[in-house]
Design a protein around this ligand. Structure first.
Ligand code: PLP
Length: 652
């Protein structure tokens, strides 16, 4: 397995060794309840007080409230509840307080969701409004100037978790000041801790939530700063812990760990300086540019945290890039919310009005301030490997190099590209509109000419490649099928793609001018699959033959050793894309794997069906390998398994 390089620090970070030690001691030795008055309690109280004192120094908050929470989401709730209760009281007292709940358009979802929730629960009936950002991702101060006099509560973040854009907090404060705004102000400081200077006492900020797990403390601990004199309503009542501000017995392991991180921040020897992080970003950006020459960075570096790089590469979906990085052992995240099949475009990048393709295909690479040169060297080398792996063409000739047409399956939505690697011609069958962009990029990147496109998405694909290729080409030749019926055909290398009079398309080579036996049948509907003969059936929704109800043969990771002992001759097949295989060809139990991408499986399905050896498919997460198993089981193949959970669950 490729050792893991974690470059997703904005999602969460590993835990600092000193923080683990502090948590461990709080669990094992000083496990007392800080509210107890005996010695064990007093020792726990000391840990709590020490962590808070450090927090005050690190945040520059000698005055005001600093309380420990379960994380930023809780801090945000408390701030929103406090602000809205105050607005309700002010309004009841006839004081001017504004009618808007204004939040930055790129805020973390915790902010607008909490605003809407508490506005509804408390019946405050304020109007929620997003404050737009400019093309650089920074708040539109001109619009804030207009809205500030009406704003009851303003929520802006110090730095954005997706784009890394750093807000102009001084500019915002100046607008609030100049317009005499009645607004209370929350600044989500989650991504700022340890990366930007903080002197909360000297600002107009009323509420500032923090989260431990974004900076080397564990999940489930955070902090909330509340300016002295700012309204405050506790979210949780009970035993009166945290000075009656946040009841519930304290998460002492988490607080002790956060205390250790705060100590490291205060002492200043553990984390890299801003200048050093700028140099790290230069190196990572240079490596990315070299690996992906057409890369577009989505945020201007001069306004962004040096620890966050958000980018997109033309012709490569965010999912494809993520898979490629993952294969190379680099953990990054899609800049957009990804579900299994579809990537929703990033609302953060959309708010910056970036082109659609960049919003849909963004990838975020983020590091924490705790990294050394060896780590950066390794990350740059892996990025370079990803770039090289991309030279492995998905539309390459099959390994037998026998001049036959290749067949590529266009992802979960279905559709097929049938191509002649030598002649450079390609025919698209049932490529849906949703895949037209990706298919067009593939054809263009590898220099294929679209000769014809059939099915619902044909027009969209033709428009993308600027080809007038929709209809069956006039220069098609006439061939005979096995039963003597004439049919028209398009030549693709040694193979012919034949339009079957009964529906669907056959692919195969002629014998004496007759297509006696097709290799593949591309069907539009299950009805087209009648009389397929020996041909492998390719239905639009995937590589599926007539369905056979069979339990997927799952192999759990802890049974691998046993499996190989029982099936020493098993054929191990990596069904990820060829570039993923090249980026990090894995071995399982010391065994090398063949690369046979799921997207090319149809081409090899007959061979695999007839192969005597047991088959074990694997991929990144188990989704693609499951499809491969189902395909072969559908062809009646026995003794075929897939690795449940995929490579992701195998530890190095
Ligand atoms: N705000 C920002 C900017 C974040 O990045 C996150 C975490 O993703 C949160 C709030 C929520 O933090 P937590 O996980 O501590 O509740």
């Amino acid at each position: 397995m490729v050792p893991e390089l974690y470059l997703d620090a904005n999602a969460t970070s590993p835990v600092l060794t000193a923080a683990i030690a502090a948590a461990h001691a709080a669990l094992e030795i000083d496990f007392g309840n800080p509210s107890s008055s005996h010695a064990a309690g007093l020792r726990a109280r000391l840990i709590l007080d020490d962590a808070r004192a450090r927090a005050r120094r690190v945040l520059g908050a000698a005055t005001g409230r600093v309380m420990f929470t379960s994380g930023a989401t809780e801090g945000i709730q408390t701030a929103v509840l406090s602000a809205l209760c105050a607005v309700r009281e002010r309004r009841a007292a006839g004081e001017p307080c504004g009618d808007l709940l204004l939040y930055g358009a790129t805020e973390h979802k915790a902010v607008p969701e909490s605003l809407a929730h508490w506005n509804r629960i408390l019946g405050t009936e304020l109007t929620l409004q997003a404050l737009p950002v400019d093309a650089d991702g920074r708040h539109r101060l001109d619009l804030l100037r207009e809205l500030a006099p009406r704003t009851a509560f303003l929520c802006t973040m110090a730095a954005n978790n997706e784009s890394g854009v750093v807000s102009d907090l001084d500019g915002i404060a100046a607008v609030l000041e100049q317009t005499g705004s009645p607004a209370l102000w929350m600044v989500d400081c989650v991504q700022a801790l340890g990366k930007l200077p903080l002197a909360l006492d000297r600002t107009r900020i009323d509420y500032a939530p923090f989260s431990g797990h974004k900076l080397y403390a564990p999940k489930g601990v955070g902090m909330l700063y509340v300016r002295a004199g700012a309204p405050f309503t506790p979210l949780m009542c009970g035993g009166g812990q945290e000075g009656d501000q946040r009841s519930g017995t304290e998460n002492m392991a988490g607080i002790a760990a956060l205390g250790a991180v705060l100590r490291a921040l205060e002492e200043g020897r553990t984390f890299r300086t801003h200048a050093q992080l700028l140099a790290v970003r230069e190196r990572l950006a240079a490596a990315l540019r070299a690996a992906f020459p057409a890369i577009e960075f989505n945020t201007p570096f001069e306004h962004a945290l040096p620890t966050t790089l958000n980018f997109a590469v033309p012709g490569l979906s965010g999912k494809a890039l993520l898979d490629l990085f993952d294969a190379a052992g680099i953990r990054v995240s899609a800049g957009s919310a990804c579900s299994a099949a579809k990537a929703a475009p990033s609302y953060v990048l959309e708010a910056m009005a970036l082109p659609d393709w960049r919003c849909a295909n963004a990838v975020r690479l983020s590091v924490g301030p705790l990294l050394d040169d060896a780590f950066v060297d390794a990350a740059c080398a892996r990025i370079a490997r990803c770039g090289e792996a991309l030279h492995r063409k998905p539309l390459a000739a099959s390994s037998s190099g026998d001049g036959r047409a290749g067949v590529y399956h266009c992802g979960l939505d279905g559709g097929w590209l049938v191509f002649d690697p030598k002649g450079g011609d390609c025919v698209a069958i049932d490529v849906p509109e949703t895949q037209a962009g990706a298919a067009a990029a593939l054809l263009q990147r590898h220099g294929y000419r679209l000769r014809a496109a059939f099915g619902a998405g044909a027009a969209a694909l033709c428009a993308q490649v600027d080809a007038d290729a929709g209809a069956w080409p006039a220069d098609g030749e006439t061939v005979r099928l096995a039963d003597g019926t004439p049919a028209t055909a398009i030549r693709l290398g040694r193979d012919l793609l034949v339009r079957r009079p009964g529906g669907g398309y056959l692919l195969g080579a002629l014998e004496d001018g007759v297509l006696r036996q097709a290799r593949l049948l591309f069907a539009h509907t299950p009805a087209d699959t009648q009389d397929a003969g020996n041909a492998i059936v390719c239905l639009p929704m995937g590589i599926e033959a007539p369905s056979v109800e069979r339990k997927p043969a799952e192999l759990a990771r802890y049974h691998l050793k046993h499996f190989f002992a029982e099936h020493p001759d098993a054929l191990l097949i990596d069904v990820r894309e060829a570039c993923e295989h090249a980026a990090g060809a894995p071995t399982l139990q010391g065994r090398a794997a063949y690369s046979l991408p799921l997207s090319r499986l149809a081409e090899y399905a007959a061979w695999l069906r007839d192969e005597a050896r047991p088959l074990l498919f694997f991929c990144r997460s188990g989704n693609r390998s499951l499809k491969a198993v189902q395909c072969l089981q559908g062809l009646g193949r026995e003794r075929v398994w897939h690795l449940a959970g995929g490579l992701a669950l195998l530890r190095n």
